[in-house]
Design a protein around this ligand. Sequence first.
Ligand SMILES: *Cc1c(COP(=O)(O)O)cnc(C)c1O
Length: 378
Amino acid sequence: MEDIKMVDLKAQYAKLKPELDAAFSAVMESMEFINGPQVSNFARSLEDYLQVQHAIPCANGTDALQIALMALQLPAGAEVIVPSFNYVSGAEVVALLGLKPVFADVLADTFTIDPASVKKIITPATAAIIPVHLFGQGAPMQEIMEIAHEHNLFVIEDNAQSLGAVYVRPDEHEVRLGTIGHIGTTSFFPSKPLGGMGDGGAVFTNDNKLAEIIRKIANHGQSEKYKFSTVGVNSRLDTLQAAMLDVKIKYVDEYNEARQEIARFYDNAFADTPAIQAPHRFKQSSHVYHQYTITVAPAVRDSLKSHLRDNHIPSMVYYPEPLHLQEAYTYLGYKSGDFPVSEVLSQSVLSLPMHSELKEDQLTYICQNILDFMNNNG
Ligand SMILES: *Cc1c(COP(=O)(O)O)cnc(C)c1O
């Protein structure tokens, strides 16, 4: 059996090597490393893929969130709601821009932002919500958009982890996640559903006015050469990354489907073991399994992880500490117990190896080890 990896970028590269190497060489020959034609080609590919009016590439997924927020031109101190059980980017950019991160709890089954928790924390200063499509499936966008509409709030979808997942609207119409709110963002960090060979990100919107300001902000706030009409940032997607991503975007659906098949294998293996909670499927969205995250009793989570490691099976805890309890955000005054679901999840989640190159013998071995441990310790 081959070594088991959490994510297998090498095997992915091996499959696409001729195409990726040719795209790489083309950039090297042109020497147009900044804003080469590959950047706008990739932006068009992304627009086609997402069926969105505007896709604006930028340097990484955190910048994408920052640029999206800057484009909204919120007043200083405005409150922006972010889930506590999440990667740090959303809260970080809110704080950096002199706005106030306000945390919400998440749903116990899907781990995405809880609309009931959001409703409780809205104040006259609330200006925006950043739902996160966590681990590969959608946040409850229908409810979030209704809340936003009622309170006149902006919605920025953080779609770093679920690119390609489809959302079913109440009228049964299907759209890609990231195209429902006012602005959507994503990351092309190498392990994400569409990963580059380095950092990258993008901002999407169907709003022409927002698109114009987003483009400007990502490029130093330039309205024309050496004319700066707003404070901006330098956040570009390198031509080399765009060239790689324009090859890989053709395979996103294939990779997503391969991971769905692996998820089915795991689901079946764990179906008769109540001590293991397989990922819950949110019915309004497909799941592209950026992570396959199980939950087990907090008392056994860390020992299960050690047991797997002893048997050469990698696993990861995303996320070990909710954001409201992180040192950086103590100034906001939260305490333990404020968001019970996020707090329990951080002690009970475990993400298993998940990538398109996992083989059946590896999956059988992983599941056997988990089941053996849980049958003896669960
Ligand atoms: C990865 C990630 C980001 C940040 O992306 P970078 O490209 O690493 O800056 C933001 N939000 C979520 C939910 C992520 O998973």
